[in-house]
Design a protein around this ligand. Structure first.
Ligand SMILES: C[S@@+](CC[C@H](N)C(=O)[O-])C[C@H]1O[C@@H](n2cnc3c(N)ncnc32)[C@H](O)[C@@H]1O
Length: 412
């Protein structure tokens, strides 16, 4: 990228920086510097934006950053689509151990709020599964009951979105992919999502798509998450297709499992009594007993506590068992090569917090495809389709057929 194009990119299309973004103070410059220059990106600048020849073909690597990286679900997915991770951040020391064991060559730093945006390398795609606690129903009700703040009022976690916004504002990557719990959309009567959406679109000038996706078409787990995809310029973006029928648990279960994963008599009768009490009180809460022909409930970060949300039936006369960490890895779509180098407790927590790799892999593919297409001349149309059903489109933007897309594309 030559200097003048680079300067033009800095100026456009964002002219206005949100007050909220400005509010974020990016404090220290004490983070590690890159040892060697990152690879030159092949995701070219949208030259049409500057009245130059549009790029229709992109081959090779795109650079991405992996914020709130956990154990690297985004990393695996984008790498599989030909990407190269140039920076990662997670402040949890156990996640860092796992991340380093799996991605020893990636620059990994801790608290993102302590990093100066200038110290983050240039990148084409920003990835972030930002912490969901302040937005999740569990987190909200727990915090409410404790009389504590939540959402954006939560000073410790709620504002992390604005760290992402500040990085977008500074680096202007060609695209981003954000992930969060499904109820981010409805949190605080929709106000939380509205602020996020407005910051990304109105303040930062990105063209944003979002969708709730249930991972059960690619892994044997009901897991709904919201994905927010944005492009610096209008792009033709199509959400990936997902298979209609997903796999069953039998495909990821080991036939022989250590006895320690079988529930003790004490824990099993406790869970049954607890479920009975709640049923009598008219609450649906209980354990999730399933077998090789079923699918799992959502694996949570607290699975290590009692394993109650996913229990595997072992037949008559034997207490059910919980999943092993390796089975959890498969449940989240990680390959067998994923190194598990922490205790079972930490491993359960890490997989419970992770993204489902094959879901992100498909989204990454669609994002990269969109970046390979010419920039559109017009702002894509937005059609709100109402509340989605499981795995369905939440909001669809832009021309939906190749023919229409041609009409939108900038002529070469
Ligand atoms: C929902 S998890 C993301 C998991 C990740 N997407 C994956 O695939 O494993 C959120 C992560 O954000 C990290 N985190 C929270 N606050 C942070 C901060 N200020 N700086 C860096 N990481 C942070 C947590 O440690 C946690 O691992």
């Amino acid at each position: 990228m030559n200097k003048s194009v680079k300067q033009a990119k800095r100026k456009a299309p964002l002219m206005k920086t949100s007050k909220l973004v400005r509010k974020v103070k990016l404090k220290s410059k004490a983070q590690p510097k890159r040892k060697s220059a990152p690879p030159v990106s092949l995701v070219r600048e949208p030259l049409t934006h500057y009245g130059l020849t549009p790029v229709t073909q992109v081959n090779g690597s795109h650079r991405f950053i992996d914020l709130f990286c956990g154990i690297g679900g985004f990393h695996r997915a984008f790498e599989k689509q030909g990407g190269h991770c140039v920076f990662a951040s997670d402040w949890d020391k156990f996640s860092q151990v796992t991340y380093r064991a799996n991605f020893p060559n990636t620059t990994l730093i801790g608290d993102i709020t302590k990093v100066s945006v200038e110290d983050i390398p240039e990148h084409d795609v920003l990835c972030a599964g930002f912490p969901c606690q302040p937005f999740s129903l569990a987190g909200v009700s727990k915090k409410n009951s404790l009389g504590r703040k939540h959402g954006f009022e939560d000073e410790r976690q709620g504002n992390l979105f604005f760290n992402i916004a500040a990085i977008l504002d500074h680096h202007r990557p060609a695209a981003f992919v954000l992930e969060n719990v499904k109820n981010l959309k409805s949190h605080d009567k929709g106000r939380t999502f509205k602020i996020i959406h407005e910051t990304l679109t109105r303040d930062l000038g990105y063209h944003v798509y979002y969708r709730i996706i249930d991972a059960q078409s690619v892994v044997p787990q009901h897991r709904e998450r919201i994905f927010i995809v944005g492009f610096r310029e209008p792009r033709f973006f199509e959400w990936p297709e997902f298979p209609k029928d997903g796999p069953r648990l039998g495909e990821i279960l080991d036939s022989k499992v250590e006895v320690k994963y079988t529930l003790t008599d004490h824990l099993w009768s406790y869970l049954q009594n607890y479920a009975r009490k709640h049923q009598e009180a008219g609450n649906g809460f209980g354990f999730g007993l399933t077998n090789k022909d079923g699918i799992a409930r959502t694996l949570s970060a607290r699975y290590h506590k009692d394993g109650s949300e996913i229990l595997i039936d072992q037949g008559r006369g034997v207490n059910p068992r919980r999943l092993t960490p390796r089975e959890c890895a498969r449940l989240m779509g990680y390959p067998e090569s994923q190194k598990i180098v922490v205790s079972d407790t930490q491993a359960y927590r890490q997989f419970g917090n992770s993204v489902v790799v094959p879901v992100v892999e498909r989204i990454a593919g669609s994002v990269i495809n969109a970046l390979h297409e010419p920039v559109l001349e017009n702002e894509p149309l937005i059609m709100e389709l109402g509340e989605p059903k499981v795995g369905e489109v939440e909001a669809e933007i832009g021309p939906t057929s190749r023919k229409k897309r041609k009409a939108y594309a900038v002529p070469a």
